[in-house]
Design a protein. Structure first.
Length: 431
């Protein structure tokens, strides 16, 4: 009898060791389940393109999530049930039948903490790293239990079909524009701010229109065909745009555009360009309606090989003009040294900004981080005049969306320079 007790003690010791191993095994499957479901699919595809074996193995596993989950849950269920049975046997051996309930409660807490919460939390924090290390064991488990997995999946998928849910090979779901924007924002610290702004600018192309980046009509500089040819030739040499607007007296009487290229400059230098043959080098102007998206206009520039477009309203009146560089400047800063980047914007020591009235409101908001209204006028001059409801005068101060604005310079009834201060709590002050 003593020998029997010795044998029984050895068995119980072995059962205790197996119990610990089963709890560790259950923790492994719990960790693997969370990591494989939370792994970054886009990073995984990138690693697979670099021929990383673990990434290609993980992608093969994730193609059939039903089989993957089936293998993990079969292993996890097997480990938990067997652990419960062994714990009960050990408890009955030492303390009798009454200890079974206590052991069940204690084992539930142990499994909950050490085989569920802790490993799943670890996998949720480091999903990519954990998925890398569990891939090979899970692949082996899938092959080991494949007949059981296949049978379980067949029954499960059949039940899902009754609910009109079709289980197919999983593919990486495409990100929407706003989801991609959030992903770009999350790259802060990993990608330089310049590149981050560039990517966000590209995403904004479909939401922005030509009205947002065009040069307003009153800022358009071109050639008045009525002026002496000596002045016209001087203007051609000094003009820094790829195409020069040509009009009669005012921009609204636009004749066409004169492409500024090396051939034209050569003609000027050799005095072969005269007022008599000047018209033959003028091309038809390219018009676009206001409200055209920047993405569409970018396509128009590429398709029509145009260098400058004139934005017109519903009555055919010219509202402004823009070039390809103006669009590119939305996501590549100072690509041509023109546009809003050249307009005055200076940050002062007190946190205020000295800003050109022709500066775009949306561009100012992006640089300053403030939220001036963007629904109405496109430029700060238009926004100030709208709030002022009168002709601007030097020294006038108003409150725009909580920001004190002081008019410093006025030119031709337009705000030339203004000072915009950080938002205040309340109070409107006008002179």
């Amino acid at each position: 009898m003593n020998l029997g007790k010795d044998v029984s003690s050895v068995e119980i010791t072995a059962f205790g060791f197996i119990l610990v191993m089963l709890i560790i095994l259950a923790a492994f499957f719990a960790c693997a389940e969370t990591a494989l479901m939370a792994v970054n699919r886009y990073r995984l595809r990138h690693k697979a393109e670099l021929k990383r074996k673990y990434a290609m193995r993980l992608l093969r596993l994730l193609k059939r999530p039903d089989r993957l989950l089936g293998a993990i849950l079969i292993g996890s269920t097997f480990a938990n049930i067997l652990a419960s049975s062994l714990a009960t046997m050990i408890a009955v051996h030492y303390w009798g039948d009454r200890a079974a309930l206590i052991v069940a409660i204690v084992l539930t807490l142990i499994i909950l903490i050490f085989a569920e919460i802790a490993p799943k939390t670890l996998a949720a924090i480091y999903p990519d790293m954990v998925a890398r290390w569990v891939a090979l064991p899970i692949q082996f488990t899938l092959k080991l239990f494949y007949p059981i997995v296949w049978l379980a999946n067949m029954v499960t998928n059949g039940l899902l079909r009754l609910l009109h849910i079709r289980v197919t090979t999983q593919s990486v779901e495409a990100l929407s524009r706003e989801e991609l924007r959030s992903a770009v924002h999350d790259t802060a610290g990993k990608v330089s701010r310049q590149y981050q702004s560039m990517l966000l600018g590209i995403l904004d192309l479909n939401h922005l229109t030509v009205d947002d980046v065009m040069m307003p009509r009153h800022d358009i500089v071109g050639i008045d065909i009525e002026r002496p040819f000596e002045i016209i030739s001087l203007q051609i040499r000094q003009f820094d745009m790829p195409a020069i607007p040509v009009y009669r007296e005012t921009v609204n009487q636009l004749i066409g555009v004169l492409p500024k290229n090396d051939a034209l400059l050569t003609l000027l230098s050799k005095k072969l360009l005269t007022k008599d043959n000047f018209h033959q080098y003028i091309r038809e102007p390219f018009f676009v309606p206001e409200g055209t998206s920047l993405q569409m206009q970018l396509t128009n520039f590429q398709r029509n090989k145009e260098q400058i477009a004139f934005v017109v309203d519903e009555y055919g009146e010219i509202e402004g003009c823009l070039t390809l560089s103006d669009i590119l400047e939305e996501f590549i800063e100072d690509i041509a040294g023109t546009g809003p980047a050249t307009k005055q914007l200076q940050l002062q020591a007190d946190g205020s900004y000295l800003v050109d009235g022709a500066f775009n409101v949306r561009e100012f908001n992006r640089i300053s981080g403030w939220r001036l209204p963007q629904e109405g006028p496109r430029t700060l001059n238009g926004l100030i005049v709208e709030y002022l409801e009168a002709m601007p005068r030097i020294g006038t101060s108003i409150l725009v969306a909580g920001h004190p604005v002081e008019i410093l310079q006025v030119k031709e009834k337009r705000v030339k320079l203004a000072k915009i201060s950080p938002a205040v709590e309340s109070g409107v002050k006008e002179f």
